[in-house]
Design a binder for this molecule. Structure first.
Ligand SMILES: Nc1ncnc2c1ncn2[C@@H]1O[C@H](COP(=O)(O)OP(=O)(O)O)[C@@H](O)[C@H]1O
Ligand SMILES: O=P(O)(O)OC[C@H](O)CO
Length: 502
């Protein structure tokens, strides 16, 4: 009899939900993926239907089990990882969301964030939460829902509403409404969590008029939060034993567990995270301080540079500009272009994140001539992912004094070999690409597997890590400086031009 057991990761991303089954060697044995609807009700707004996300979660769980021919009782534990910050508020009596989930990229709360900044709360919020006031985080999204949905504030004050990031929503649904909890990594993205005391911050809650009764309990990233209930896992009770925001899960999946280790995940956005050890480092240069993971009674912190538009710029080339048929086609087109011939694309579609934090910037293209080709435009768009990464990596080096020896990468767009080579060239640093691009899901599986004894220790996990693809820098220093200087000028010009002001 086959007594192999598995861990299932549920990776609820910005554009799709995946369920992935891992065996004891950390290999993928089954997988299912489902895209869901993106709602753009007004310019700059991005929303999801939380019920649709839950339906997608249920269907990918079943499909992954069927695809791998694995019986549900063979799953030892579930790890949940998720797009962070995205905010759901639901009625705890009916289980119904009272508004669409407001997505991390959404800009409907930019004015609320500006009010907080202008009232001079930057320093207080940065000091307590490690974050820079921005509509990106959950806090102003909660405020907005309470202010804009009829009767919501009263219900919240009566204790009838629950807030959750997507991990919390999925956990609540999986456990049949029994468990309302999150982990440190997700809590640290709300702009309501004190990263020093590891508690919800009462001063910020008071300032934003958010009742604490709405907020989930906060736990470590690796422990049993509850068990699947009802038919949520084909009727079998499986422990949900790992939770982490997707970028932190990727850091864990890369086994970047020592101070100074750094990874970049190229998904919808790109997120560069450096493990800074057991003490939080507050940035003076526009990086976020965040919780990397909490495990075995200890918390590790990280510095993060968040780039809002990365793979989604390639989706824009596909769906908006209709310049590529599929995202992977961008690789050959970039190679065929041979050079961008001075074209720069700055994809600031929803403002600029780290290190600029300019909510009002919008995308721009520079250097077009009559001779500019589609292939050059595609190449320039791909290169923007690498330039934005260099902006953050340089800032991290300046902030910490730690020089980058190599950059660990993963995520969908990291499959693009042209991009990876250009990234190594423009950084002047080698790139190490994880053997599976699903490092986020792997990290959540590790966290869950450690909690249930599927893996006994981190050392045991390390023994299963496979060799990686490497990209060494080949560009000469003069070309690197010339290209990067052009990018810096393009970004400065983008910051100068705020279309809403005209
Ligand atoms: N070969 C490729 N070249 C460039 N971009 C790619 C490639 N493959 C996927 N992408 C981009 O990567 C993103 C998907 O990556 P993924 O890690 O699945 O993202 P998420 O978790 O944010 O949903 C999409 O935006 C897609 O356009
Ligand atoms: O969906 P992803 O992978 O681009 O990740 C989104 C981030 O968690 C947002 O902070």
């Amino acid at each position: 009899m086959n007594d192999q057991q598995y861990i299932m990761s549920i990776d609820e991303g910005t554009t799709s939900t995946r369920a992935i089954l891992f065996n004891n060697d950390g290999d993928i044995v089954g997988k299912a993926q489902r895209e869901f609807h993106q709602y753009f009700p007004k310019s700059g707004w991005v929303e999801h239907d939380a019920n649709e996300i839950w339906n997608a979660v249920q269907s990918v769980i079943s499909e992954a089990l069927i695809n791998a021919d694995v019986q549900p009782y063979k799953v030892r534990g579930i790890g949940v990882t998720n797009q962070r910050e995205t905010t759901v508020i639901w009625d705890k009596n009916t289980g119904e969301p009272i508004y669409h989930a407001i997505v991390w990229q959404s800009k409907q709360t930019a004015a609320l964030a500006d009010q907080l900044k202008h009232a001079g709360y930057d320093e207080m919020i940065h000091e307590k939460t490690g974050l820079i006031i921005d509509s990106y985080f959950s806090a102003t999204k909660i405020q907005w829902i309470l202010d804009n949905v009829a009767g919501a504030r009263q219900k919240a004050e009566n204790g009838d509403l629950l807030f959750g990031t997507i991990d919390t929503w999925v956990l609540w649904k999986l456990t049949g409404g029994k468990v309302h909890a999150t982990d440190y990594t997700n809590a640290s993205r709300t702009m309501l969590f004190n990263i020093h005391t590891l508690t919800w911050d009462k001063d910020i809650l008071k300032l934003l008029h958010i009742p604490e009764s709405m907020l989930p309990e906060v736990h470590s990233s690796s422990e049993i939060y509850g068990y699947t209930a009802g038919y949520s896992f084909s009727g079998v009770q499986v422990p949900i034993a790992g939770i982490a925001g997707d970028q932190q899960a990727a850091l864990f999946g890369q086994m970047a567990l020592q101070r100074g280790m750094i990874k970049n995940t190229y998904g919808t956005g790109a997120f560069i995270v450096m493990n800074t050890g057991e003490e939080p480092t507050l940035s003076k240069r526009g990086l976020l301080t965040t919780i990397a993971y909490g495990i075995n009674g200890k918390v590790n912190y990280a510095l993060e540079g968040s780039i809002f538009v990365a793979g989604s710029a390639i989706q824009w080339l596909r769906d908006g500009m209709e310049m590529v048929k599929s995202s992977p086609d961008s690789e050959q087109m970039a190679i065929d272009a041979k050079s961008t011939d001075g074209v720069y694309v700055v994809p600031a579609f929803t403002g600029l994140g780290a290190p600029y934090w300019d909510q009002d910037a919008r995308g721009a293209v520079f250097g077009l001539t009559r001779g500019t080709t589609k292939n050059q435009f595609v190449r320039a768009t791909l290169e923007s992912l690498a330039y934005q990464t260099r902006d953050v990596v340089d800032t991290m080096a300046a902030e910490t004094g730690i020089d980058l020896k190599s950059l660990a990468v993963d995520g969908g767009a990291a499959n693009n070999n042209y991009l990876m080579q250009f990234q190594a060239d423009i950084l002047g640093t080698p790139i190490q690409r994880a053997s599976i691009s699903e490092t986020t899901a792997l990290g959540a599986a590790y966290l869950a597997g450690l909690a249930v004894g599927f893996w006994d220790s981190i050392e045991e996990i390390r023994r299963t890590v496979k060799s990686r693809d490497a990209f060494a820098p080949q560009m000469d220093g003069k070309t690197r400086t010339k290209l990067y200087t052009g990018w810096q000028k393009a970004v400065q010009a983008t910051i100068q031009y705020h279309p809403d002001e005209y």
